[in-house]
Design a protein around this ligand. Structure first.
Ligand code: GLC
Length: 483
């Protein structure tokens, strides 16, 4: 079975968020365990490290039309970590400082999506399934039902579309339909939503299967609160909408061997605490191993529940705790947390940056990881926290709800602390509950033991993806049409 992953970011080549972690780790888990040939196609951004670029081989050069323009498209190949990657090259579109956020993003990713489909025949590589991720690649299923509908090369190809975050749909002016896409008018309805062109809507309508990154989020997005306007469409596709929770790479993120943390440890609070001391020294917090250390590592955006933390920050700082935050994002949050760092230098340490080794050290050093998201398709921070034996405190939504279960004193089950309402004092109350357990050794140890037994490596979910691919190809062979 051949599966092509198409995405706009992938560790270690490019990253703005969790999507890159998934594309960087899921394919090899599926390929290794389930005998699926997975290749990955990505944009060749200017920011990809040179040592990778030097190893890439130019396979071919083609011309791809985007509106009236005929654009150069180089197709590069790289073998890395046992997998084949293809990179779509066009400096005009991809040699920029950032990955997204440009006036012509619609055109950039229309080019990319079209280029992917133009490149495959040239590479003589015919996947059974094209698996697209997020709005940047969402036009591919639509292209296959329009421009490429009569193309024999693509006749048997099935499509899967994964929603990593429904908030970002690729919504553009209706002019895009005429000016960029050149589909015939009958296809307007498949892409139009509320008078705009919506790339993600096209993928939800045209893909054979739609998946998202947790079971709870798959249910939530069919409701008005989480559906971002697309809830009715997602309900219509409910039978073909599957939630598969993300995992993390358990070899890369392993506290027993991670070279980027000060002290390695495994299932040992005694060893882990050495990291707390190292971090306190590093960032200038009072060195005290008995003080509970709370961590927040995130993109600083509203989705992540930062307004709840803002609301009770003074109350939090009034407790005997330490608080460390790492991340970049919206100016409002950057300023607020910096200010908190100045106001409470003995308690609060704020790092408006992203640095992988500092992030890992914080996961290793902290007692609690706070992630009160308003919504969370899956969330990776809480999985990393669990892997580094740090207790997650999360809101019960999306993937957070599927991966963290509240500690219960009576039967000593649970691997963290959770609260249901998006309310700052519910969160604060949950933090207080967590602090009480921290002081009760018997329960604290039981909780840590439950965390040691939690496993969110890719194994389980990789099997679910490979089963899904097999099912799709079985359906294809037996001639049943899903769409
Ligand atoms: C997005 C979501 C996050 C998810 C990630 C990877 O960043 O916001 O919840 O974990 O994609 O699927």
């Amino acid at each position: 079975m051949n599966v092509l992953f198409v995405a706009s970011e992938c560790v270690p080549f490019s990253k703005t968020g969790g999507l890159a972690d998934v594309i960087g780790s899921l394919p090899s888990s599926i390929a290794k365990q389930h005998n699926v040939d997975i290749r990955i196609m990505l944009p060749l951004y200017g920011s990809i490290p040179d040592h990778f670029k030097k190893e890439m081989k130019l396979k071919d050069v083609i011309v791809v039309s985007v509106s009236w323009r005929r654009q150069y498209c180089g197709i590069f190949e790289l073998h890395y970590n046992g997998l084949t990657y293809y990179f779509i090259d066009n400096e005009y579109y991809f040699k920029r400082d950032d990955l997204y956020g440009y006036y012509d993003d619609a055109e950039r990713f229309t080019f990319f999506s079209h280029a992917v489909l133009a490149a495959l025949p040239v590479l003589s590589y015919q996947p059974d399934i094209i698996h697209c991720h997020d709005w940047q690649t969402a036009l591919i299923p639509t292209y296959l039902k329009t421009t490429y509908a009569g193309d024999l090369f693509y006749k048997e190809v099935q499509t899967v579309f994964t929603i990593h975050n429904l908030k970002y749909q690729g919504i553009f002016s209706p002019d895009v339909f005429q000016e960029l896409l050149h589909f015939s008018d009958e296809h307007y309805a498949g892409l139009e939503f509320n008078g705009a062109i919506n790339f993600m809507k096209g993928a939800i309508v045209h893909s054979h299967l739609v998946t998202t990154v947790s079971k709870s989020y798959a249910n939530e997005i069919q409701t008005e609160y989480y559906g971002e306007g697309l809830q009715y469409l997602l309900q219509d596709r409910g039978e073909s909408l599957i939630g598969i929770v993300n995992g993390i790479d358990y070899n890369d993120y392993n506290p027993a061997t991670d070279e980027r943390i000060p002290h390695n440890y495994q299932h040992s609070e005694l060893e882990k605490v050495k990291n707390k001391i190292a971090l306190q020294e590093m960032v200038g917090l009072p060195v005290r191993e008995d003080v509970p250390l709370f961590a927040v590592i995130t993109r600083l955006v509203e989705q992540k529940g930062l307004p709840l933390i803002q609301h009770v920050m003074d109350e939090l700082a009034g407790k005997d705790i330490q608080f460390i935050l790492l991340g970049t994002g919206d100016a409002e949050f950057e300023h607020f947390f910096k200010e908190m760092g100045y106001r409470y230098p003995e308690k609060v340490s704020v790092h408006i940056t992203f640095q992988e080794s500092l992030a890992r050290t914080i996961y290793a050093a902290s007692d609690f990881f706070l992630m009160p998201s308003r919504f969370e398709p899956c969330g990776i921070g809480q999985l990393l926290a669990l892997r580094y034996e740090t207790v997650p405190i999360v809101r019960e939504t999306g993937g957070l709800q599927d991966t963290v279960h509240s500690y219960n004193k009576y039967d000593q089950t649970g691997n963290g602390f959770t609260f249901a309402n998006y309310n700052a004092h519910d969160m604060l109350y949950t933090i207080e509950r967590a602090l009480a357990i921290y002081r009760e050794k018997e329960h604290w140890n039981a909780l840590l033991n439950n965390i040691y037994q939690t496993n969110f490596s890719w194994d389980h979910s990789a099997k679910r993806y490979s089963d899904m691919y097999k099912q799709l190809s079985y359906i294809k062979r037996s001639g049943v049409h899903l769409v």
